[in-house]
Each structure stands twice: as structure tokens, then as C-alpha cells.
Write a protein that binds this ligand. Structure first.
Ligand SMILES: [Zn+2]
Length: 282
């Protein structure tokens, strides 16, 4: 068994503007890095489109309807007060993100591979049930977790988030459900301002490890222009290996990984390669 890599060209068509850090070039850098000979063993799959039913596992019907209604035919549409922007290709891109994450869950549960990596964009962990936030439209990690429950009956599901930013959307989606675990390491104080240690969910099912100097996310890399942490490629390899050990001990080794942030193209490429290299050592 090996690692599956899900991606789709539609994820290059989310174009939030020429000066936006969450650029199509991010995904191009990741895909170029994963074309190296050492990854020839990985199996590539085209990400399917997610379904509205999958999106509704996390997001409210009103929000989903508003995203669909606001999707522009041309130009840009601002989804929040800050920097979450839709272009004509955005809706299709985010539905590929959702489809990739859910298909990866299906494939890993069906033992078609040891684990899977979703090379998709935009990121998702800031998206709340009823609003876009922080470059994120739909929360594909939270959706994939609930898909694992609804489609496959999994009882306990963990999302571990080493992005430099706290995943406020995933935390809120999991907060009231003791069967769902969310663990995050992130820079603090930093955007989005959530993720204090005392935020622990209804059953200590939320674990926040705010870090002031060294932490994890591809945007926790020392080269990242947005984050202020100092992780190296080796750290991303290490944390991936450690998470795989936990998954081996508790979840039959089943791991699905979803690209979130990372805004230095060079670091994104090299650290994603380190991450997938670790996944493939299963
Ligand atoms: Zn981030």
C-alpha cells in the first residue's frame, strides 16, 4: 500500500487577485515538488467534486446558498470583511477541496492506500459554519471528519492541525461533540486570536497548544512571510512521522492529510515534500 495524492486543475482557478498570498502558484509549487522521482510510487487521483450534502455536514444551508449566489461570473466578490475573495473559478475549486478530502477518507477506509494527501487549495480551517474567513470558504477538514462518521460510521475522529494559525472553524465545528477531537499547535498571539489553552470543548476534546517561538503548519516554516515561527523541513517530517505513530496505535494507521496554509513558495514545496516523504514511509 502506498500514499494517494488527490489534486485537480480546478484548484488552480481560484484566483483571489495578483497580490493575494493564497495564489495559484502555491499549488503549482507543491505539484512541482511532488513530481520528483522519489514520489513516483505515490498514486495520483483526480479530485472529484464534493457534494452539497457533504458541505452541509458542517455549513449552514443559508451560508451555502449565499456562497453559491455570490460566485461571480467575472471579477471578484469579497466574502468577508477581510481577505476571502471569490473569483469565477473559486466555487469549483472549493468543491474539489471538499471532494478530495471526502474521497481520500473513502479510499483510506477502503484500504486502497495507507494514507492520502490532498494537494488542493484554498485552505479551509478558518471557515465557520456560517461564514467565510481567512482565505477559507468551506472547511474541508471538518467536512471530511463528519463524512467519515456519516458515510462510514466511524465513532471517533481526530483532526490535528499544525498550520501556524489556529483553526477556529474546525474548533467550533467540533466543540460540542465529545467524539470529535481537534488538536492545534499555532503561533500565539496571532491571527485569528482563538486557540487559548483554556478553550477545551465540552469534554476536553479540544487541545490547544499555543506556541510563541517554535511550532507547526507549512506557514510555520522559517521562510514563511506571514508566520513568525521557525520550523524546518525536518520538523514537518518529524511531526508527520509522530502523527503516523499515533494513528498506528489508535486508528489502524488511517491518516488523511489536507494542505492548509503556507505562503513561501520555496518552503511550501520543500516542506510538503518532507511531509509526503514521511507519509510514504508507512
Ligand atoms: Zn495558516
Amino acid at each position: 500500500m502506498t500514499t494517494l495524492i488527490y489534486t485537480h486543475d480546478d484548484c488552480l482557478e481560484h484566483r483571489p487577485g495578483p497580490h493575494h498570498p493564497e495564489s495559484p502558484e502555491r499549488l503549482r509549487a507543491v505539484l512541482a515538488a511532488l513530481e520528483a522521482p522519489e514520489f513516483a510510487r505515490a498514486r495520483w487521483r483526480e479530485a472529484p467534486l464534493g457534494t452539497r450534502e457533504q458541505v452541509l455536514l458542517v455549513h449552514t444551508p443559508d451560508y451555502v446558498a449565499s456562497v453559491e449566489a455570490m460566485a461571480p461570473m467575472e471579477g471578484y466578490q469579497l466574502l468577508d470583511a477581510g481577505d476571502t475573495i471569490m473569483s469565477p473559478g473559486t466555487l469549483q475549486a472549493v468543491m474539489r477541496c471538499v471532494g478530495a478530502a471526502c474521497a481520500a477518507v473513502d479510499a483510506v477506509i477502503a484500504k486502497e492506500a495507507s494514507n492520502a494527501f490532498c494537494a488542493t487549495r484554498p485552505c479551509g480551517h478558518h471557515a465557520e459554519a456560517d461564514r467565510a474567513m481567512g482565505f477559507c470558504v468551506y472547511n474541508q477538514a471538518a467536512i471530511a471528519a463528519l463524512h467519515a462518521r456519516h458515510a462510514h460510521g466511524l465513532q471517533r475522529i481526530a483532526v490535528v492541525d499544525f498550520d501556524v494559525h489556529h483553526g477556529n472553524g474546525t474548533q467550533h465545528a467540533f466543540w460540542g461533540d465529545p467524539q470529535l477531537f481537534y488538536g492545534s499547535s499555532h503561533q500565539s498571539p496571532f491571527y485569528p486570536g482563538t486557540g487559548a489553552r483554556y478553550e477545551s470543548g465540552v469534554a476536553h476534546n479540544i487541545v490547544n497548544v499555543p506556541l510563541s517561538i517554535i511550532s507547526a503548519g507549512i506557514d510555520a516554516h522559517f521562510k514563511d512571510p506571514l508566520g513568525g515561527l521557525s520550523l524546518t523541513d525536518d520538523d514537518f517530517h518529524w511531526i508527520t512521522t509522530e502523527l503516523m505513530k499515533v494513528a498506528d496505535a489508535t486508528a489502524g494507521g488511517r491518516v488523511v492529510s489536507i494542505l492548509e496554509g503556507g505562503y513561501s513558495l520555496q518552503a511550501l514545496a520543500s516542506a510538503t515534500a518532507a511531509h509526503v516523504r514521511a507519509l510514504m514511509q508507512d
